[in-house]
Write a protein that binds this ligand. Structure first.
Ligand code: C5P
Length: 404
């Protein structure tokens, strides 16, 4: 959607500048031209070389650099882009923008531009909450600038609170809304989605459990991608170390039984994506007290009972079945064959099948090579990051509803 668009990215001084390097990659992945301006403060956190290498463009730093001025004046720089993005926007740069100061290249461009401006603030909580910053924010909003974030959470300074710069993909979402309009950027607005993610823990006794190696990366990425397209998303997540995706309602659970109950509570929905690695079995008669060795040298025997199949339960609902039910098939052999039979057996519409035996789909990894199996056939997708798989799947889901 952003292919062929041009962004001028202004990176000011803040530790969040490292995330702007990823933002450049995400934009380039989408075919967007990215030209960067690095303030003196920004250059303390990321190097011009990294920015130039990722953007594949010269980096602009000095207002009075003759080379830059002769090749590209600040006025031209400010007008050639479709959108100016300030990420991170420091408290200092926001203050300059609100006051209309123009004492370096970034602030001069921001004063000279006739293009929309998106600001992604990043700073310490106290600085963000300070009346001066809030006044400046109000001024910028009144001037018609758009703001994304900041989010809440752990800050690099060791404090916790508002001030974290939005994640690169959230900023991409805000850029899409601005450049192509909310309707095109949020085709799933008004749709509700349930996503399961992560492993389940099945208790043996109060301190022990059965689990698996699922990281939750793919499921969480799908929840985030659906939310970016405007869906109202409930993420039912087993124990994991992923940050809660922005704009998603997260229900943390442990066992398969709890996951099913949380999904049933979250119904009705238009979309269900079951990406969790649900334990097939739980322990029959979980011990109430911690099990002890009895001195006999004989290990206890654990009897297992089968867990409910959440995907099959949702896929085969008689009333209130979501319009689109998507399951995953992590296989070590005959990936597509097993995926196809799983699609019919579980009553789901689509299966995302991947090979977890070797290569990129291995649990916990960052990349995935998947096949999308639908009633119409099989699509073999190239190896992508799990975020890119999530984006592509969310877009396919949006296209499905658009075609309805
Ligand atoms: O049968 P298998 O576990 O390989 O199927 C995988 C798919 O089924 C995944 O989408 C997974 O989330 C879902 N599943 C489930 N509940 C279970 C077992 C699997 O939702 N108890």
């Amino acid at each position: 959607m952003l292919s062929g668009k041009n962004i001028l990215l202004i990176i000011s001084g803040g530790i969040a500048a490292y995330k702007s390097l990823d933002l450049i990659r995400r934009l380039k992945e989408r075919g967007t031209g990215v030209r960067c301006v690095l303030t003196a403060g920004g250059a303390q956190f990321v190097t011009p070389l990294s920015v130039a290498a990722l953007s594949e463009e010269a980096v602009f730093q000095g207002l009075f650099s003759l080379k830059d001025e002769s090749e590209m004046g600040h006025i031209r720089l400010s007008r050639e882009a479709d959108l100016l993005v300030v990420a991170p926007a420091s408290a200092d740069l926001m203050a300059k923008m609100a006051a209309g100061l123009a004492d370096d290249l970034a602030s001069t461009i921001l004063l000279a531009t006739d293009k929309p401006v998106l600001v992604a603030p990043a700073m310490n909580t106290r600085m963000w909450e300070h009346p001066a910053t809030q006044r400046n924010l109000a001024t910028l909003l009144e001037d018609g600038l758009r703001v994304v974030g900041p989010g809440q959470g752990d800050l690099a300074c060791g404090e916790v609170g508002a001030g974290r710069m939005s994640e690169p993909l959230e900023i991409v979402g805000a850029i899409e809304s601005l450049l192509i309009g909310d309707a095109a950027a949020a085709p799933l607005k008004g749709r509700r989605a349930i996503v399961t993610s992560g492993p389940t823990y099945e208790a043996i006794d109060p301190v022990r459990f059965l689990a698996n190696r699922s990281s939750g990366k793919q499921g969480h990425a799908i929840a985030a991608a659906l939310a970016r397209l405007g869906a109202e998303v409930v993420l039912v997540a087993g124990p994991n170390n992923q940050p809660d995706p922005a704009g998603v309602m997260v229900h943390d659970i442990e066992s398969a039984a709890q996951m099913l109950a949380a999904c049933e509570t979250a119904l009705p929905a238009d979309i269900a994506v079951c990406a969790a690695a649900v334990a097939d079995w739980r322990v029959a008669g979980e011990a109430e007290q911690k099990m002890k060795k009895d001195g006999s040298g004989r290990p206890p025997s654990l009897a297992l009972v089968e867990n409910p199949d959440i995907l099959a339960t949702i896929g085969q609902l008689n009333g209130g079945r979501p319009g689109l039910v998507v399951g995953f098939a992590a296989e070590t052999e005959k990936v597509v064959d097993h995926g196809q039979s799983k699609r019919t057996r579980k009553g789901c519409d689509w299966i995302v099948a991947n090979d977890v035996g070797t290569g990129t789909g291995v649990m916990g990894g960052d990349e995935n090579t998947v096949h999308l199996i639908t009633a119409q056939g099989v699509e073999n997708w190239p190896t992508m990051s799990k975020d890119a798989v999530a984006d592509a799947l969310a877009r396919r889901i949006a296209d499905h509803f658009a075609a309805e």
